[in-house]
Design a protein around this ligand. Structure first.
Ligand code: AMP
Length: 419
């Protein structure tokens, strides 16, 4: 009768077991890097998002007026809300401030595999430092979260928007011309980039050189391209970050890629992306970098950087790589064989639950055969059967649901069945 809204999903019991398992792992990786969790509201004032991205962003948002006439929007991402929170209440916190979060985001996108209207992000922000080690650690954290989740084929690409801007400057491209080129660079349409540069009056040789810089992973080639000192300094900083990632953190699986653009007016300097090629068209799992929002939101200028991981795509990537998610099993299913034994059955359930075991109880008073069938359908490790014969001897029958083996056990020793 009622249909689920376009671009949204229901998550089954199995889906949620997978999602919670992966989320717990990610949370723990954030924590091992010294990050602490926060949460912000699901909706914000509309202005929070237009302040950075302009009115055009409204097309992509779920925005609405509430009954008090306020313009609000479901959050499309979490960096702006977190920086609003920081400017409002956290500016006095000791630096660096390392914050992480999980949250659902909403975008009025065209739904397809890996692209939804409601999706989940895991992300973080580091505020108050711009040292190479801070940036290197941030990139390593993003990589480790995905690697620890179990994804095998990951591609980490690192770029720098200041360097890209300096290339634009060296080619004397106007802002308008840059705006035209950026989406082409973003999509790696290098032949089109060449044609457009020629239309802008750039010599073929210079256009080719530019495209080489966008494509080469070799920092030495990029370095040679520049004449001015600010570019050399910027590249030197990038080299320091790369050296730390490779030599100190031990991650060799990365590539320099100057064609990463990620919306030039938001990020500045360092940018990076992590992809899972198995995902095909929607292969981007993570995007991040250094950005400047704090002063725009009225805070005291402080360096900040962060990233967001697409949680749903992480799950899709794991499923596509046939990752074996652990089964979350119920430890025991307790079956009283008649009404008189229900009290005792509850007693046993309580003892086991208080010990932290996952325990269910037959609540339908069905016969043993049906109860055992149900127990195996919900993936129980052991069935605990209580009939008159057992209770007379202060015992239970414990059935191993995998092997079918049955044992008579004294109730006082019940906890031992899991040892
Ligand atoms: P962004 O904030 O656009 O940089 O997105 C960060 C990450 O969130 C992306 O790399 C994707 O993995 C994920 N993501 C973005 N938009 C969607 C969407 N509509 N559906 C699912 N995942 C998304």
């Amino acid at each position: 009768m009622f249909k689920i809204p376009r671009g949204t999903r229901d998550f089954s019991i199995e889906d949620m077991q997978k999602r919670r398992y992966i989320e717990e792992g990610m949370r723990s990786t954030f924590q091992t890097f010294g990050y602490r969790e926060i949460q912000t509201p699901t909706f914000e004032t509309l202005e929070l998002f237009t302040a950075k991205s302009g009115q055009e962003i409204i097309e992509e948002l779920y925005s609405f007026k509430d009954k008090g006439g306020r313009d609000l929007a479901l959050r499309p991402e979490l960096t702006a809300p977190v920086i609003r929170f920081y400017v409002d209440k956290l500016q006095m916190e000791p630096k660096p401030l390392k914050l992480f979060y999980f949250g659902n985001c909403f975008r009025y996108d065209r739904p397809q595999k890996g692209r939804y209207r409601e999706f989940r992000q895991a992300g973080c922000e580091i505020i108050g430092t711009d040292t190479p080690e801070a940036y290197a650690e941030l990139i390593v954290l993003a990589y480790k979260i995905l690697e620890n989740s179990g994804i095998e084929d990951l591609r980490l690409n690192i770029g720098n928007l200041n360097i890209l801007s300096l290339i634009f400057k060296q080619l004397k491209l106007t802002r308008e011309q840059q705006k035209y080129l950026i989406p082409l660079i973003d999509k790696s349409l290098f032949e089109d980039v060449f044609d457009v540069l020629r239309d802008f009056g750039i010599k073929g040789e210079d256009a080719n050189k530019f495209i080489e810089i966008l494509q080469t992973p070799d920092v030495k080639i990029i370095k040679k391209y520049f004449k001015d000192d600010s570019a050399i300094k910027e590249i030197g900083e990038l080299e320091q970050i790369l050296k730390l990632i490779e030599k100190a953190f031990g991650i060799k699986n990365y590539k320099v890629q100057m064609s990463i653009v990620r919306g030039l007016d938001y990020y500045k300097g360092l940018v990076f992306e992590i992809e899972a090629p198995i995902l095909g068209a929607e292969k981007q799992l993570c995007g991040g970098g250094a950005y400047d929002l704090i002063s725009l939101f009225g805070g005291k200028k402080t360096p900040s950087a962060g990233f967001a991981i697409g949680f749903d795509r992480t799950i899709v990537a794991l499923e596509s790589e046939n990752y074996r998610f652990p089964k979350s099993q119920i430890d025991a299913y307790v079956i009283p064989l008649n009404e008189d034994i229900v009290d005792l059955a509850i007693n046993i359930v309580q003892i086991l639950r208080n010990e932290g075991f996952l325990v269910d109880l037959d609540l339908l008073r069905r016969g043993l055969g049906k109860s055992l069938k149900y127990a195996s359908s919900i993936d129980v490790k052991k069935a605990i059967i209580l009939g008159p014969k057992e209770t007379k001897q202060n015992s239970v029958t414990v059935r191993d649901m995998e092997t079918g083996e049955q044992k008579f056990i004294k109730i006082k020793n019940i906890i031992k069945i899991f040892q």
